[in-house]
Design a binder for this molecule. Structure first.
Ligand code: CP
Ligand code: NVA
Length: 328
């Protein structure tokens, strides 16, 4: 498998074999890290630029730690301190950064931005989250599922909440690619876009996967192996949408009823950050305004033995390391 020079922009660009290769490479790099085997010679002396137009804890830390583990230097550009998009076009930025760095990570808004960056950079560009896709998160999720369930193909994954945004879209794509059974369980308005559903259905036909869209919580979560959710309001969306999101998505909260209806061994996953208690500023503001103390997932489920969210978060680092190791 040779992925050298490839950008990692969305999983639609990768074959199932390539995706599984990256997951296996991540598992190998994780094993090495746990054993204290250094990988500094893999890309020693190279440098990567990390552009974040939206905030981050996991993705930024994963890229930084992974790059350092591979012997590389990093430069972090935060949401306010670069010229990108404000005083300098994406194409010009790509030319400049491509001449100084061996690879570029981009987290921001439209998918077309990261695609344009990749077109002009001349070096691999990695998507650290756009409005449409979050592909590095998918590798971590698949690695975690493989570790916890011992299989990938045939796994039934139900996503609850805003399924038309980066997480819902990406999970649908990865499930289709890898022969998994994806269900978006949410109100119709939040179903993924029809064109992407059609594309994924075609992919699933070949892989043996399925795509189901349902508004019915009981049917949608019945017997699921993985129950997955994400915040109801994503980064970059206006605060004004909170009221309707809470009203429309509350029936799709992951709670103990949902987990009991899912498979006996069902696990709970979330890309994080999650609103499951009142220990955050936003959580407190929402409680003051709308009188709710938990949102997309209850604190009980979040902290239950079924919850594998922190293993999932750790795997962000190992999988991002695999992406850089393979494409540089
Ligand atoms: N899951 C995820 O991408 O987390 P961050 O926003 O903290 O990077
Ligand atoms: N849908 C979320 C994912 C965060 C990792 C967002 O875009 O904010």
């Amino acid at each position: 498998m040779n992925l050298k020079g490839r950008s990692f922009l969305k999983l639609l660009d990768f074959t199932p074999e390539e995706i599984l290769y990256l997951v296996d490479l991540a598992a190998d790099l994780k094993d090495k890290k746990k054993k204290g085997i250094l990988t500094l010679d893999m890309h020693r002396g190279k440098n990567v630029a990390l552009i974040f137009e939206k905030t981050s804890t996991r993705t930024r830390c994963s890229f930084e730690v992974a790059a350092h583990d591979l012997g590389m230097g990093t430069t972090y550009l935060d949401p306010s301190s670069s010229q990108i998009g404000k005083k300098e076009s994406i194409a010009d930025t790509a030319h400049v950064l491509g001449s100084m760095f061996e690879g570029i990570e981009y987290r921001g808004f439209g998918q077309e931005i990261v695609e344009e960056l990749a077109r002009y950079a001349g070096v691999p560009v990695w998507n650290g989250l756009t409005n449409e896709f979050h592909p590095t998160q998918m590798l971590a999720d698949i690695l975690t599922i493989k570790e916890k369930l011992g299989r990938i193909k045939g796994v039934k994954l139900t996503y609850m909440g805003d399924a038309r945004y980066n997480m819902g879209n990406s999970l649908m794509v990865v499930c289709a690619k890898l022969g998994m059974h994806f269900t978006a369980c949410t109100t119709r308005k939040y179903f993924p876009a029809e064109a992407l559903v059609k594309e994924c259905e075609k992919i699933a036909e070949e892989s043996g996967g399925t795509i189901t869209l349902t508004e019915d919580v009981s049917a949608g979560t019945k017997g699921a192996d993985v129950i997955y959710t994400d915040v109801w309001v994503s980064m970059g969306e206006p605060d004004a949408v909170w009221e309707e999101r809470i009203r429309e998505l509350s029936p799709y909260q992951v709670n103990s009823r949902v987990m009991e209806n899912a498979g006996e061994q069902a696990v709970f996953m979330h890309c994080l950050p999650a609103f499951h208690d009142l220990k955050t500023k936003v959580g407190k503001e929402i409680e003051a305004k709308f009188g709710i103390s938990e949102m997309e997932v209850t604190d009980q489920v979040f902290n239950s033995p079924a919850s594998i969210v922190f293993e999932e978060a750790e795997n962000r680092m190992h999988t991002i390391k695999a992406v850089m190791a393979a494409t540089l």
